[in-house]
Ligand binder design. Structure first.
Ligand SMILES: Cc1cc2nc3c(=O)[nH]c(=O)nc-3n(C[C@H](O)[C@H](O)[C@H](O)COP(=O)(O)OP(=O)(O)OC[C@H]3O[C@@H](n4cnc5c(N)ncnc54)[C@H](O)[C@@H]3O)c2cc1C
Length: 409
């Protein structure tokens, strides 16, 4: 007979749910079940630009990203699977006083944390980035140990490692609701009516997480905000395979190599939030406003033109959009929900779940098992805004603004 009782149930098999499952299993936290209404790694976690940017100025983040790099090494050793980390390095540019100040702060943070970084001149810049108009760049910092990784492979890596450590994975198994008695969590109810009992439930349902919290009268402080990028057609001479990814704050842009093509990420001045209640079960059925492909490109291209002069005529082969869960203070949402004993969440990725998933999962696992935490958990406390209504347009606007005001990659 099918097992209907676990110590911990995780809802969501994206990067955050799978990383949490792996970190809990590593700690021998008990009998763990991970459920996803779709395939593992099939939703936001298969749509990312996949940058693993190490240097950060916000507290706790460099430790969190380092944990992801450590997980990649551990999982490769444990499962024998190559996850395909591409150690391409990164270049952050500055062309205005404000971005130069930001660059200096980033370099100081990197140096403090032991992340190699060096200022490079125009000649070196052009060697590393043949496509860039070097004269438009005032200063450039090269961080050779930055990398990118296919986000779905990384997510599958966490899932396979978790499974190897005993976690039960059930894809295509949608949770209809989280169940409770009084102030205690009792488990989950599946769409077919099956009840699974568990004293601990971790809501890692990404953009859908607030739909599961709503019947419990809990609002998590984030909303899905559209993120997107464009991929040019191939020109391997101009866009060499695995050349450094860039962050160009003055153009609200990042770029990354994609097997001889260039991925271009652009951030519009007013980012677009979505009401979670409008989401479909699968992102492929959701219209992220495809018209944005051209309107956002039209808005942002003039800024990028100084660095990539033929952006107006460059052939665009693909456009990718998806939801990132933004929080008003652009920090994650990780920890216990005090309304119910046994209810936890790991959400609010703020566009950083690939780089930060390993560390976010570690913090969630440490909080669930009652260990001392490796970063200050108060920074990510789900209750730090008090009660919020994530279905209210004013709150959604605050979340969208967090992405509009973002500076890094
Ligand atoms: C265009 C784009 C570019 C990005 N670029 C980067 C980048 O360069 N670097 C970076 O670090 N991050 C990047 N990100 C962010 C990254 O993709 C996310 O942070 C990450 O995928 C979030 O993972 P998740 O597990 O929260 O969400 P998801 O992967 O969406 O997982 C949530 C899962 O929950 C499941 N689920 C929902 N409801 C239920 C239910 N009721 N029952 C069962 N299962 C349920 C869903 O099926 C889904 O699989 C980017 C995102 C986008 C969209």
């Amino acid at each position: 007979m099918e097992k209907l009782s676990y110590d911990i149930v995780i809802v969501g098999g994206g990067l955050l749910g799978c990383a949490t499952a792996y970190q809990l299993a590593k700690r021998k936290a008990g009998d763990i079940l991970l459920l996803d209404g779709n395939d593992i790694a099939s939703q936001a976690s298969s749509r990312a630009a996949c940058l693993l940017t190490r240097a950060r100025t916000k507290p706790g983040l460099m430790e969190i990203v380092q944990e992801t790099y450590d997980c990649i090494e551990e999982i490769e050793a444990m499962t024998g699977e190559e996850l395909g980390l591409q150690m391409c390095g990164s270049i952050t540019t500055a062309s205005s006083d404000a971005s130069l100040k930001g660059l200096e702060e980033l370099e100081a943070a990197a140096t403090r944390f032991g992340i190699p970084n060096e200022r490079i001149d125009h000649k070196r810049l052009k060697e590393l980035l043949p496509w860039i108009e070097a004269d438009a760049v005032g200063a450039a910092s090269y961080m050779p140990t930055d990398a990118f990784i296919d986000s779905a492979s990384l997510c599958q890596g966490y899932a396979h490692a978790a499974s190897q450590l005993g976690v039960t994975l059930k894809p295509n198994c949608k949770v209809a609701g989280i169940t409770a008695e009084g102030d205690r969590i009792t488990g989950v109810r599946l769409q077919d009516g099956t009840e699974i009992s568990s004293a601990v439930v971790v809501n890692a349902a990404g953009a859908w997480a607030n739909l599961l919290m709503r019947p419990l009268h809990i609002g998590l402080p984030f909303t899905p905000v559209r993120s997107h990028f464009w991929i040019t057609s191939t020109d391997a001479e101009r866009f060499p395979v695995n050349h450094p990814f860039t962050v160009i704050p003055d153009a609200r842009a990042f770029t990354r190599s994609d097997v001889g093509a260039l991925i271009i990420g652009l951030r519009e001045s007013q980012c677009q939030a979505f009401d979670p209640s409008t989401l479909t079960d699968k992102l492929e059925d959701f219209d992220f406003n495809q018209a944005a492909k051209w309107t956002v490109l039209d808005e942002c291209a003039p800024l990028l033109k100084a660095y990539l002069k033929d952006i107006d005529t460059l052939p665009i082969a693909h456009y990718m959009s998806g939801p990132s869960c933004y929080v008003p203070d652009a920090k994650f949402v990780i920890g216990a929900l005090p309304q119910y004993v046994g209810l936890y969440t790991v959400t609010g990725c703020c566009g950083g779940g690939v780089a930060c998933g390993g560390g976010m999962g570690r913090l969630a696992a440490e909080l669930i098992t009652g260990e001392e935490t490796f970063v200050d958990a108060a920074l990510f406390d789900p209750m730090r805004f008090g009660e919020v209504d994530p279905f209210a347009p004013e709150f959604q606007k605050r979340c969208a603004d967090a992405r509009s005001n973002k500076k890094g990659g």
